[in-house]
Design a protein around this ligand. Structure first.
Ligand code: AMP
Length: 281
């Protein structure tokens, strides 16, 4: 596995591989890797000839009062994990390499970036789309893999690629969970034992919604009220939103007439956790 820190070196490696006809598959991450990230890496290996994983904690997607400084980082451990997966390149640029002093451009996907998480993380998706567009121009992949756990992010990236005519295939991969149902996240480490236990209400409430739909419930309001009620039983949980949305437009739906996404965000202690589930009528 090659480790590349410079943009120019990454671009020329990719250019060289493209000239040889190799199909490049890219997995962008912020590091502190877990099985969720590794599932994307394993999928990447089946989709092309060379796999590039980036590790970059992107300051532009954190608001000033968010956890950029304390976001968990362990480069040595990540390096070992990726080495074991036998990927081709680990791209790990510095913040100065990505955002030099004179930097001033951002990329924004208008409507989708204003919904759901946007109300609680102003500017977040602008930071995400800016770094994703930059990484796409640096890594020049044919395919890029993202997790459905960050469902809004995935749809925004799909829109970005469509709108800017980027010749990149975007793949969404299912959420990997702990044995007890908690969606894996680099931020789960923020939870103490009591909070970790309380956090099970996310996956529990999603399963409850699935059961309701299975029993024939189609009204969004009924589903949302029961999910919110389940979350609120946990005194450590502060609900940010619970929404039933169209899988592409991310607009609220009133009735479950075709598959829709039940998406939620909560705060527990220092952690902000999101999760979602596709509900099929
Ligand atoms: P992050 O390092 O949090 O920016 O995540 C990097 C990529 O991994 C994103 O595409 C995430 O959606 C994806 N990801 C994060 N957690 C999971 C998970 N539990 N299962 C599958 N993919 C995940």
């Amino acid at each position: 596995m090659r480790i590349i820190h410079e943009i120019a070196a990454m671009q020329s490696w990719s250019e060289n591989q493209r000239c040889r006809g190799r199909r490049l598959v890219f997995v962008p991450t912020m590091g502190f890797l877990h099985e969720g990230h590794l599932s994307l890496v394993r999928d990447a290996k089946t989709r092309g000839d060379k796999v590039i994983v980036s590790i970059f904690v992107n300051p532009a997607q954190f608001a000033p009062d968010e956890d950029f400084a304390t976001y968990p980082r362990d480069f040595e451990r990540d390096r070992r994990l990726l080495d074991k997966e036998a990927i081709d390149v680990l791209f790990n640029p510095s913040v100065d390499e990505i955002y030099p002093e004179a930097y001033q451009t951002s990329v924004r996907v208008e409507k989708l970036s204003g919904l759901l998480c946007a109300a609680f993380r102003p500017g977040h998706f602008r930071g995400v789309t800016t770094i994703v567009a930059k990484l796409f121009n640096i890594v020049r992949p044919h395919v890029a893999i993202f997790g459905c756990k960050d469902y809004q992010q995935l749809q925004i990236v799909r829109q970005l690629v469509r709108d800017l005519n980027l010749p990149i295939e975007i793949i969404g991969q299912p959420t990997v969970r702990e044995r007890d149902g908690l969606a894996m996240s680099s931020r789960n480490g923020y939870l103490d034992a009591q909070e970790r236990q309380a956090a099970l209400c996310l996956s529990r409430s999603l399963r409850m919604a699935e059961a309701l739909v299975h029993q024939g419930e189609r009204q969004a309001k009924v589903i949302l009220d029961s999910v919110t009620g389940e979350l609120k039983k946990e005194s450590l949980v502060r609900v940010e939103y619970v929404s039933l949305i169209d899988a592409e437009s991310l607009q609220d739906v009133d009735q479950l007439e075709r598959p829709a996404v039940l998406a939620l965000a909560v705060r527990i202690g220092k952690a902000r956790l999101i999760d979602n589930q596709i509900l099929k009528p």
